[in-house]
Design a protein around this ligand. Structure first.
Ligand code: 3PY
Ligand code: MG
Length: 256
């Protein structure tokens, strides 16, 4: 698919789920190979991996226009939001939103005036100046701001958070959410499932797309059946280690 025909944010408005995967390595060949596999978008993880902002830009360059490139930021700071958006990414994912004011801060960093106060740069996003005016006038409606709800404090205010103009989608983080509830790693605990249900319901009511990370295709199926639209299926290294281990184990069995 040639993603340049439609922006990521416009694509998010469609009912059909967006199936992506998580990129945690800097080599552009890895991201390019995943893009060639058919993942429609890549969740480029600058929060929990060695990928830095320069590598993220190179990954986006390697997969465009085949796949959308969306950067998960290390934190909710103007420094990271503006640097990421200026790479020309299709969206940013801001982790660890805990309150309405955190969400409003993210909007103010990520959206140009009058919606926010995004700082004006001259970089790849603006085609190094060649597309400056067009980018400035269209970025707010084409580049997605996705907030991660992964703390119980955010769940308590999720109905207000999804109502904020400029919040384009929600990505649920079950692992950090479970940790914030004193249930580290227990993502199937009833309290965590209930909290996630509240987030999903708030998104449904506000017609804000949401999604989550899924380790397996079966989990992704459940997520889609539950209304999830922004799907991250596996990671670059999970695909590699899973296949490598299985191949080694099957060979070892033949020779044991
Ligand atoms: C979490 O579960 O905390 C995540 O951030 C998943 O992406
Ligand atoms: Mg997390």
């Amino acid at each position: 698919m040639n993603r340049s025909a439609i922006s990521f944010l416009e694509r998010l408005a469609h009912k059909k789920p967006l199936i992506g995967t998580l990129v945690s390595t800097s080599q552009t060949e890895v991201a390019e190979a995943l893009s060639l596999c058919g993942f429609e978008w890549l969740f480029i993880d600058v929060e929990h991996s060695v990928v830095d902002m320069a590598a993220a830009q190179h990954i986006i360059q390697a997969v465009a226009p085949r796949s959308y490139g969306v950067i998960r930021l290390p934190d909710n700071s103007t420094e990271h939001v503006k640097k990421a958006l200026d790479t020309g990414c299709d969206g940013v994912i801001v982790p660890m939103i805990k309150s309405v004011s955190d969400a409003e801060r993210a909007v103010s960093f990520a959206k140009y005036a009058p919606l926010g106060n995004r700082s004006v740069g001259l970089a790849r996003a603006q085609a190094y100046g060649l597309n400056f005016n067009d980018y400035l006038s269209s970025a707010n409606t084409k580049i997605a701001l996705i907030l991660q709800i992964e703390h119980i404090d955010a769940v308590e205010h999720v109905e207000e958070i999804v109502a904020i103009l400029g919040v384009d989608a929600i990505f649920i983080g079950p692992y950090d959410l479970s940790a914030s509830m004193g249930l580290l790693g227990q993502t199937s605990a009833p309290e965590v499932v209930e909290a996630i249900g509240r987030v999903r319901q708030a998104c449904r009511n506000a017609k804000v797309p949401c999604g989550a990370f899924c380790m397996t295709a079966n989990q992704a199926r459940d997520e889609i059946a539950g209304g999830g639209r922004l799907i991250v299926l596996g990671t670059d290294l999970l695909f590699m280690t899973g296949n490598a281990k299985a191949a080694l184990e099957s060979l070892a069995l033949e020779h044991s």
